[in-house]
Design a protein around this ligand. Structure first.
Ligand SMILES: NC(=O)c1ccc[n+]([C@@H]2O[C@H](COP(=O)([O-])OP(=O)(O)OC[C@H]3O[C@@H](n4cnc5c(N)ncnc54)[C@H](OP(=O)(O)O)[C@@H]3O)[C@@H](O)[C@H]2O)c1
Length: 193
């Protein structure tokens, strides 16, 4: 089971300002799409709204305390959308769909998912950015770098956790039954990310 945080991060740890992310590179979006397609993604409601649409070819689980305010994808689209009332519930739902799941932010969700993560898949930009949303610190005692691909303005970097992560809870915290899960996903379309 791999629980992977995927993010693009400034050298000062900044991920965004609460509305948008500070950097966009076509090569990074293309890789993001290639890596995450076919796998469930967990993201916070703010990040879902910042993206502005359901990502095709993936099941996205949006963490929110107000699920009634999240408009689900239209029938027949290749995007599948669900909501969850906590990060743990979202991770459990995702883990029931696949053994490779992606945590896509933002800051609140990375922080709460951090103990459950097995891997970090980062695009590390060689510049600082302004913003209050940051990635938790990557403690070298906890994380081992396993991959680094320099790309000029940024590196693609991978880390794996040195010691086992916290086990995912088996059921949602308040004991509610798990919702029915969609099992089928269509192929991704050509739109990015
Ligand atoms: N650089 C990157 O790779 C990257 C990736 C993703 C996002 N971002 C950036 O990060 C920023 C957004 O991050 P953010 O930290 O402000 O917001 P976020 O983590 O995307 O979402 C926060 C929302 O998630 C829900 N939530 C959080 N914890 C919850 C819990 N325990 N139970 C139920 N719901 C919970 C709440 O939604 P409700 O208010 O609906 O209850 C909360 O308002 C944006 O600037 C975005 O562009 C950057």
């Amino acid at each position: 089971m791999r629980v992977i945080a995927i993010a693009i991060v400034a050298e000062n740890g900044v991920l965004g300002d609460g509305q948008a992310q500070p950097f966009e590179f076509a090569e990074d979006w293309a890789r993001y799409k290639r890596v995450t397609s076919g796998h469930p993604m967990v993201m916070g409601r703010a990040t879902h709204e910042a993206i502005g649409r359901w990502l095709p070819g993936r099941t996205t689980i949006v963490v929110t305390r107000s699920p009634e305010q999240v408009e689900l994808p239209v029938e027949g689209s290749s995007a599948v959308g669900l909501t969850a009332g906590s990060v743990e519930e979202a991770l459990r739902l995702a883990a029931d769909l696949d053994d490779e799941i992606y945590v896509a932010g933002g800051g609140q969700i990375y922080a709460q998912a951090w103990p459950y993560l097995t891997d970090l898949d980062l695009t590390e930009v060689h510049a600082s950015a302004e913003g209050s949303v940051v990635l938790p610190e990557i403690d070298p005692a906890e994380w081992r770098e396993i991959r680094r691909e320099p790309r000029g303005a940024f590196d693609f970097a991978g880390y794996t956790r040195r010691t086992p992560p916290l086990a995912l809870p088996r059921a949602v915290p308040d004991g509610r039954p798990m919702p029915d899960l969609p099992r089928e996903q269509g192929p991704p379309d050509e739109a990015s990310p």
